[in-house]
Design a protein around this ligand. Structure first.
Ligand code: SF4
Length: 486
C-alpha cells in the first residue's frame, strides 16, 4: 500500500483517520465549496510563486502516475537545475511531490509553496516527510524552505512577485523532526493494512476531521464538546466514555457561562437577566442604524493598497429604525463592477449613516476594523467614518454575556445560533447562507469566472443574504425588548 504526504499528515493526526481513508474511502465526504475554493487559491499561488525560480521545468505527469513521474524526475534532474512538481517514491510505498526542487552545488534544495502568510507547524512535518522520501530516493537535500505570501507586501500598480512572496529557511527545524519520520512511517504502513479499524477515542479536534460524521454519529447535537473547554471535555470523555451533558458533574463547569448553559439545558429553560438587558437597551440612541458588511479576501492582492488576504468590503446592508420596534427603512449597497469597491462603498456609507443615532452591529470588532481601514485609506472621509465608529453598539454583548440565553444556542453567541433560538427566521434554503459563500462567490465574479447570468443571480442572492443579516438584528432587538419586560 502507498503512503503519500497527505496520508502521512493524516496519520500523524489520527491513525484511525488514516485507516478509514485507506479502507473505507466510500465514507469520506466530498470536498465542500470552501475546500474547493482553497484548492483554487493554492493553485493560483503556486503558478505565481514559480516565477520566483527562473528556468524551472515542470515534471509533466498525472499526480496518480507516481511511477512515470519518478522516472521523468530522475531524467530531468540530470539536465536541469530547477524542477517543478518533482516526484519521488520508495520501495516501501512512500511517495510525494515537492513544489520546487532546486540544485544547490552537489545537492538539492526543496521548496514548498504555501498560500498562507507564514510558516505553520505542520509544514515542518510536510517537509520532514518529503526530505525522507527524496533523500532515500537518491536526492541529497541541503536546504528546506517554505515560500509563502508576504503579509507586509502592499500592492501599488503591477504585482511585484519578488515582494509578494517571502521565503523562510526551515532546514534546522525539519532536521529535528527527521529522526521520527522513519518510525512513524513504519507504524503507519502497518496500521493502514490492519484488517480491523483501530480504536481511537473522540476528542475536541475531531470536529475538523473529514470522518467526524462517521466517528461522531452518536454525539448529541449539543454535547460536552460544545459546553466545555477542549482539555476538560477530552478529560471527561476519556474517563467516562460519555459526551452527554446529563452525565456531566457540576464540578466540570468552572465558569458562570458554563453553569448557566448547563442549567438551561438540563431544565429546558431560558436564562434572562432583565436589569442587564434594560441597562444595555438604555445605551441605545435612536434612530438606530443596523449595519452589516460583506467582504472578500483575495490571497493575491487585486487592488492598490491591499495586501495578501486584505479584507475588502464590497457590500453593506443598513436597516434604519427611528423608534423602538418602529417602522424600518432599508438601504443597501453592492458594488457590481469588477473594480475596487472601497471608495464607492465608503461614500455610500457616509451618506447613509446620518450623524446621530447608534450604529448597531453584531460583533463590533469586524465592522469597526473595516471602518478604520477605510478611514486610513480615504483621508477626506476619515472624520466621517471614524464618527460612525464612535456610534457603534455591539448587539453580541447581551447574548455573549448571557443576559439572555436559550439552550437552543448550544453555548454559542453567534447570530447563526441566536437567531433561530429566538425567532422563526433562518438562513436555511438561501443560495448564499453564510459569509464564506458570499466571499467565494464574489471572488469568482471579480476574477471573471462567472457568466453575466450567474453574476446577476449572485447579486440577488447577496442582497437577500446581507439584508437578512441586518433584519436579523432588528428581530433580535425586538426579542431583547420583549424579554426585558416579561
Ligand atoms: S473523527 Fe476523530 S477519531 Fe475519528 S478519524 Fe477523525 S480524528 Fe480520528
Amino acid at each position: 500500500m502507498y503512503l503519500s504526504k497527505s496520508d502521512y499528515l493524516m496519520g500523524l493526526n489520527c491513525v484511525k483517520a488514516l485507516w478509514l481513508k485507506k479502507n473505507r474511502k466510500e465514507i469520506m465526504p466530498e470536498y465542500d465549496e470552501a475546500t474547493l475554493a482553497s484548492f483554487n487559491i493554492g493553485n493560483q499561488v503556486q503558478d505565481l510563486a514559480r516565477g520566483f525560480y527562473k528556468d524551472g521545468i515542470m515534471v509533466e505527469a498525472e499526480s496518480w502516475d507516481v511511477e512515470n513521474g519518478s522516472l521523468l524526475t530522475k531524467e530531468l534532474s540530470l539536465k536541469h537545475n530547477v524542477l517543478f512538481e518533482a516526484f519521488a517514491k520508495l520501495s516501501n510505498g512512500c511517495f510525494c511531490r515537492i513544489d520546487i526542487l532546486a540544485k544547490n552545488s552537489n545537492a538539492w534544495d526543496m521548496i514548498e509553496i504555501k498560500s498562507s502568510t507564514g510558516v505553520k507547524d505542520y509544514y515542518l512535518d510536510d517537509l520532514a516527510f518529503q526530505k525522507y522520501v527524496f533523500e532515500n530516493a537518491g536526492y541529497p537535500i541541503k536546504r528546506c524552505k517554505v515560500l509563502h505570501l508576504n503579509s507586509n507586501y502592499v500592492r501599488h500598480g503591477k504585482l511585484d512577485i519578488k515582494k509578494l512572496f517571502a521565503e523562510d529557511d526551515v532546514t534546522e527545524a525539519v532536521i529535528q523532526r527527521q529522526s521520527e519520520v522513519e518510525m512513524y512511517v513504519k507504524g503507519m504502513l502497518s496500521y493502514q493494512s490492519m484488517p480491523d479499524e483501530p480504536e481511537v477515542k473522540l476528542h475536541c479536534g475531531c470536529s475538523d476531521c473529514p470522518f467526524y460524521g462517521y466517528c461522531g454519529k452518536d454525539v448529541p447535537e449539543y454535547s460536552i464538546f460544545n459546553l466545555l473547554h477542549a482539555a476538560k471535555a477530552d478529560e471527561f470523555y476519556n474517563t467516562t466514555n460519555s459526551c452527554d451533558i446529563h452525565d456531566l458533574p457540576l464540578a466540570y463547569c468552572t465558569t458562570d457561562k458554563q453553569l448557566i448553559d448547563r442549567d438551561c439545558f438540563l431544565n429546558n429553560k431560558i436564562h434572562v437577566e432583565k436589569e442587564n438587558i434594560k441597562e444595555w437597551l438604555r445605551g441605545l440612541k435612536y434612530p438606530l442604524y443596523y449595519l452589516d458588511y460583506e467582504t472578500v479576501m483575495p490571497a493575491i492582492p487585486m487592488f492598490d493598497n491591499t495586501s495578501p488576504y486584505s479584507q475588502v468590503p464590497f457590500q453593506f446592508s443598513l436597516h434604519i429604525q427611528k423608534t423602538p420596534q418602529g417602522e424600518l427603512e432599508h438601504i443597501e449597497f453592492l458594488h457590481q463592477e469588477r473594480s475596487d469597491p472601497r471608495r464607492f462603498l465608503a461614500e455610500a456609507l457616509v451618506k447613509s449613516c446620518g450623524k446621530k443615532g447608534s450604529v448597531v452591529v453584531y460583533n463590533q470588532q469586524f465592522e469597526k476594523t473595516r471602518n478604520k481601514e477605510l478611514a486610513d485609506l480615504f483621508p477626506d472621509l476619515k472624520a466621517d467614518i471614524l464618527a460612525i465608529n464612535e456610534r457603534v453598539v455591539d448587539q453580541l454583548v447581551p447574548f455573549r454575556n448571557r443576559y439572555l440565553y436559550s439552550p437552543k444556542q448550544k453555548s454559542s453567541a453567534s447570530i447563526k445560533y441566536v437567531l433561530p433560538a429566538f425567532s422563526d427566521l433562518s438562513y436555511k434554503g438561501m443560495d448564499i447562507a453564510n459569509g464564506g459563500d458570499a466571499m467565494s462567490k464574489y471572488l469568482a465574479f471579480l476574477e471573471g469566472f462567472q457568466t453575466a447570468d450567474e453574476s446577476k443571480k449572485m447579486f440577488d442572492d447577496l442582497l437577500k443574504y446581507c439584508g437578512q443579516d441586518t433584519f436579523a438584528m432588528v428581530v433580535l432587538m425586538d426579542v431583547l425588548y420583549k424579554w426585558a419586560e416579561k
